[in-house]
Design a protein around this ligand. Structure first.
Ligand SMILES: [Mn+2]
Length: 402
């Protein structure tokens, strides 16, 4: 059997922004490519929609895309209402659409229209020419519940047949943080030839003891994480007879570029020109790859400014405007100022030495004046005394009559 494995479409992502059609366009492109692979079955590991309750426009676009998919239902797969499906597709509910058993999820709405069969804590046998594959699946559940519910369900792979399990969970080994309850590769259910996990938006395929662990990743970039920008969006094609897997990138997806820039002792304009240069280099690279969509460029700036320069003077919106025709740019500015760093240190010292409030406030005042570079133009001590005595007229006089 030939099986397409795809996940996390996040239909309706960035709705009401310039990027609102990306999730639909990229899903349509993915299925156009899947159609050419002559697959028997499509498996989808959750998060088909971005929101629990999308608006009608999002459903409209979703149904429009799904209606165009042309994959014959040769295995005669039916939904739970006994209707033959328009697409031979089996899916699970992801955390983005999970609403509990008392409510209808977006994915179940797609099921009743005939686009897929939804499974939860159950399995279904698919047969084609003497080949039997059992598809098991469970909805994406909170970390605090998944182990307990998996234990209760206790999915049992069927001997001498192939067994595939669909999950939508966080996995310890792939995340920079972990919770006690989070599943790890070592406590995944045993005995499956293939475990497919949605939820994490980058693709991977590794060997486990008995079989494979595969994450198709999302079909659209969501959180703009660095790991997502290093992987191109796509899906897997699994040939169960040949035991072959291939990852296929979706054509013409929007590119995400992640620039981590660190500076030391640089002025604002040096930094500004360097950022512009780096953006231009990235745009050149994209041009060479013949991608005609405006990319995302996410820039993180760190490091220390030359003395006397202020982080707030880096005009981020100027850079964003400069490139608005060519890229979506988001800059996070974490530059540190030398003088502020030093004054904070000094204040810490003062506190340690138990300076009184009057002395501390005086120190803060002088430190802040120093940063404005005005402290040579008038008598700062006199100004402080005047302000301390709430004598505004006197303070004005000291500043302006110098
Ligand atoms: Mn997701």
């Amino acid at each position: 059997m030939k099986i397409a494995i795809i996940s996390d479409w996040h239909l309706g992502l960035n709705w009401k922004t310039e990027l609102e059609m990306d999730s639909f366009i990229q899903l349509e492109e993915a299925f156009k490519q899947i159609e050419t692979e002559n697959v028997d079955l499509v498996l989808c590991a959750g998060d088909l929609f971005d929101k629990q309750l999308p608006n009608h426009e999002v459903y409209f676009q979703a149904i429009k895309v799904l209606n165009k998919i042309n994959i014959k239902n040769n295995i005669e797969l039916k939904n739970k209402f006994g209707q033959l499906l328009k697409i031979p597709m089996i899916g699970i509910i992801g955390n983005h659409e999970y609403r509990g058993k008392d409510y209808i999820s977006t994915v179940e709405l797609l099921e009743i229209i005939g686009f897929l069969k939804v499974i939860h804590a159950e399995n279904i046998k698919i047969e084609k020419e003497n080949e039997k594959i059992n598809i098991f699946g469970i909805s994406g559940l909170p970390d605090s519940l998944i182990k307990e519910i998996l234990n209760k369900w206790n999915p049992k792979p069927i001997e001498n047949e192939k067994n595939i399990l669909l999950l939508h969970q966080s996995i310890k080994e792939y995340l920079p943080f972990e919770t006690e309850d989070m599943l790890s590769l070592s406590n995944l259910p045993k005995g499956f030839n293939l475990i497919i996990n949605g939820h994490l938006h980058w693709n991977t395929l590794i060997d486990l003891e008995q079989g494979k662990f595969l994450m198709p990743g999302s079909t659209v970039a969501t959180q703009l994480k660095k790991i997502e920008s290093n992987n191109k969006k796509g899906f897997y094609i699994y040939d169960s007879k040949k035991e072959e897997y291939k990852y296929i990138e979706i054509k013409n997806t929007r590119q995400i570029i992640y620039l981590d820039l660190k500076y030391n002792n640089k002025t604002i304009s040096e930094i500004k020109y360097n950022i512009i240069e780096k953006i231009n280099q990235s745009l050149e690279k994209i041009k060479k790859e013949n991608i005609n969509k405006k990319p995302f460029i996410r820039i993180k700036i760190k490091g220390e400014l030359e003395d006397g320069f202020f982080s707030k003077d880096l005009n981020i919106s100027y850079i964003e405007k400069e490139f608005q025709e060519k890229a979506y740019i988001s800059i996070s500015n974490k530059l540190e100022e030398k003088s502020i760093k030093e004054s904070v240190e000094k204040l810490k010292d003062l506190q340690k030495n138990k300076g009184n409030i009057f002395e501390i406030s005086k120190e803060i005042f002088f430190e802040q004046l120093k940063q404005t570079k005005l402290n040579n133009s008038f008598d700062t001590k006199r100004l402080f005394e005047a302000l301390y005595n709430k004598d505004i007229e006197k303070a004005k006089e000291i500043i302006f009559k110098n």
